[in-house]
Design a protein around this ligand. Structure first.
Ligand code: G1P
Length: 295
């Protein structure tokens, strides 16, 4: 414990256009769409804070400035709330405000892929390990995913990737890893492939959007050629780094909602509403009635 450099920073790539959610995302970034009563981005920031992250690096794009506004003070709103004695709402807003100087925003000027988005954070991250969180993936678990990964990192060091099982029929949609020997709470990753051709995946464990990476990934990403989907793929960069450094996997134990898809987004709303004591009774009954009416 403790011999590995601390993971203090998290990179959140939020430059995507959200074309699957048009017209909802025409003026509102997809990361700001609400799941119950919080924007998607707040869930992943909360997960990172629980894992000890101190600094957030948002890789944004044009049209995404409301994400920056969201993590700032809203004077007009707050003075109105104060005048109306809305103290619960005021403290809610105060609690989610990052300490000044702990959120940094940089733009990915052109959409060249996830590997390129991560590379855009290199100057802000500097020479230290960092967490990478794909905000589309909203996770619900007793132990937050990134926290579990930190435990693997504390024992093993190196690079850590979170994975979970998928229907083998869907393996071609994700990055897939090969499973090696157990190491602490994790395992050694033996191979990685981005969006394997059907029938060629080394396992059905897919990369579910959480990474702890060493800074040596940055110079590699600067040189990584376009891969799957004609984009600069993070997985290709990681494959090269894996020739010099160890990669470990963490099997996430919980529920993941891919809010990049309509189905995942709807399910996140339903599942997280059902976990809320203030919302569950009404929603549960009405959902049952809606489903019964389908038959
Ligand atoms: C990215 C990664 C992929 C991972 C996926 C998880 O793909 O490249 O390895 O499995 O996120 O959502 P994308 O969803 O950007 O196609």
């Amino acid at each position: 414990m403790g011999q590995h450099n601390k993971v203090r920073k998290a990179v959140l790539p939020v430059a995507g256009l959200g074309t699957r959610f048009l017209p909802a995302t025409k003026v509102v970034p997809k990361e700001m769409l609400p799941v119950v009563d919080k924007p998607i981005i707040q869930y992943v920031v909360d997960e990172a804070i629980e894992a000890g992250i101190e600094h957030f690096v948002f890789v944004t794009g044009r049209n995404k400035h409301v994400i920056e506004d969201y993590f700032d003070i809203q004077y007009e709103l707050e003075s109105t709330l104060k005048a109306r004695n809305k103290n619960a709402e005021l403290s809610l807003l105060a609690n989610m405000l990052p300490t000044a100087g702990t959120a940094t925003f940089t733009r990915q000027q052109e959409p060249h892929g996830l590997g390129h988005a991560v590379w855009c954070a290199r100057e802000i991250v500097g020479p230290e390990p960092f967490a990478l969180i794909l905000p589309d993936m909203v996770m619900e678990a007793e132990k937050p995913c990134l926290k579990g990964m930190m435990e693997v990192y504390e024992v093993a060091g190196g690079n850590v990737i979170s994975v979970e099982e998928c229907d083998p029929e869907l393996a071609h949609k994700y990055g897939i890893v090969g499973i090696g020997d157990a190491v602490g709470n994790g395992f050694k990753i033996t191979e990685m492939v981005e969006k394997p051709e059907k029938g060629t995946a080394p396992s059905n464990y897919f990369i579910n959007g959480r990474y702890i990476l060493q800074p040596e990934i940055f110079p590699i990403l600067a040189e990584t050629q376009r891969g799957a989907g004609n984009e600069i793929q993070l997985t290709d960069g990681m494959l090269e780094l894996a020739q010099k450094q160890d990669f470990y996997g963490y099997k996430f134990d919980g529920q993941t909602f891919d809010c990049g898809s309509k189905e995942g987004f709807i399910l996140a709303n339903v599942a997280l509403a059902l976990k809320r004591d203030d919302i569950r009774p009404k929603v549960e009954n009405e959902l049952k009635a809606l489903i019964a009416a389908l038959k």
